[in-house]
Design a protein around this ligand. Structure first.
Ligand SMILES: O=P(O)(O)OC[C@H]1O[C@H](OP(=O)(O)OP(=O)(O)O)[C@H](O)[C@@H]1O
Ligand SMILES: Nc1nc2[nH]cnc2c(=O)[nH]1
Length: 180
C-alpha cells in the first residue's frame, strides 16, 4: 500500500482519485436533476472544499452561481469543537436556495453553524452536499442531502484536506496510519 509522509506523520492510501471522481460525477448528476429549477447559490467552505467545489462545479450543467466562506474548526488531527469564521457570509441570501459545498462532515459543527447562520439570514432552504462523511464522528443533528462517500472515523488528508496546511494538493486521499 502506498504510504506518504507529511511533517511528523505517515499516511497510507485509502481513496484513490478514480473513486473520488466517480462519487463527484454521481453527485453532480443528482444535483443537475434535482436543483436545476431552484437557481441555487453554491457556497464553497474554504479551505478544504476548494478542490471538490471546483471539480463538482465543472459538472453542473445549468447556469449556477458560486460564492465562498472561510471557516476553521479543526486543528492538527482533531476538532476544536468550535467554528472560527475567517471570511463570513456577506451576500444578500434572502429567499435563495443555498447549497453548502463541504469536503467533509466529521463532528458536524461546521455545517450546523452554517445552517443556523443561513436560516437567520432568511434563506429559502439550505442544501448540504459533502464529498465525505464520517457517520461515527457525527455529534450534531444535521441533515445531509448529498454525500459522496461514507468513511471510517480516521484522520485523512489529500484532495483539499490538510495536516497542518500540508497535503491539500494530493489527488488521492490518505489515512493516518496506526503507528503514528
Ligand atoms: O464536521 P466538522 O467536525 O466541523 O469538520 C469538518 C470541517 O473540517 C474541515 O475544515 P477545517 O476546520 O480543517 O479547516 P480547513 O478547511 O481550512 O482545513 C473541513 O473542511 C470541514 O469544513
Ligand atoms: N484534514 C482533515 N480535516 C478534517 N476535518 C474534519 N475531519 C477531517 C479529517 O479527517 N482530516
Amino acid at each position: 500500500m502506498k504510504n506518504i509522509q507529511l511533517l511528523d506523520k505517515t499516511f497510507s492510501l485509502s481513496i484513490p482519485a478514480s473513486d473520488i471522481k466517480k462519487a463527484i460525477w454521481e453527485m453532480a448528476e443528482k444535483i443537475n436533476r434535482e436543483l436545476r429549477d431552484s437557481d441555487p447559490l453554491m457556497i464553497c467552505i474554504l479551505n478544504g472544499s476548494f478542490m471538490f467545489s471546483a471539480d463538482l462545479m465543472k459538472l453542473i450543467d445549468f447556469p449556477c452561481q458560486i460564492s465562498f466562506v472561510k471557516l476553521a474548526s479543526y486543528e492538527g488531527t482533531g476538532s476544536t469543537g468550535k467554528v472560527k469564521e475567517l471570511i463570513g457570509f456577506n451576500e444578500d441570501l434572502k429567499g435563495r436556495t443555498v447549497v453548502l459545498l463541504e469536503d467533509i462532515v466529521d463532528t458536524g459543527v461546521t455545517v450546523e453553524n452554517c445552517v443556523n447562520q443561513l436560516n437567520k439570514m432568511g434563506v429559502k432552504e439550505v442544501v448540504v452536499a459533502s464529498l465525505l462523511f464520517k457517520p461515527d464522528a457525527l455529534k450534531k443533528d444535521i441533515k445531509l442531502d448529498y454525500v459522496g462517500l461514507k468513511i471510517p472515523n480516521d484522520f485523512i488528508v489529500g484532495y483539499g484536506l490538510d495536516y497542518n496546511g500540508y497535503g491539500r494538493n494530493l489527488p488521492d486521499i490518505y489515512s493516518l496510519t496506526a503507528d503514528n
